[in-house]
Write a protein that binds this ligand. Sequence first.
Ligand SMILES: [Zn+2]
Length: 58
Amino acid sequence: MTFKLACGDVMPGCAAHFEADTQGELMQQVGAHAAADHGITEITPDVAQAVEGKIVRY
Ligand SMILES: [Zn+2]
């Protein structure tokens, strides 16, 4: 299964896209990007839920 996320769906205006084989790996990529580009160093349950709601699985 592939997990994909467009950061722009969570953070309007961001063009970053992520793709991984597992949701955990995807969340790691998103977490690193959020810290580096959005200054979000802590993924709170609210943020994680918003992100997970936008993940496309196929
Ligand atoms: Zn972003």
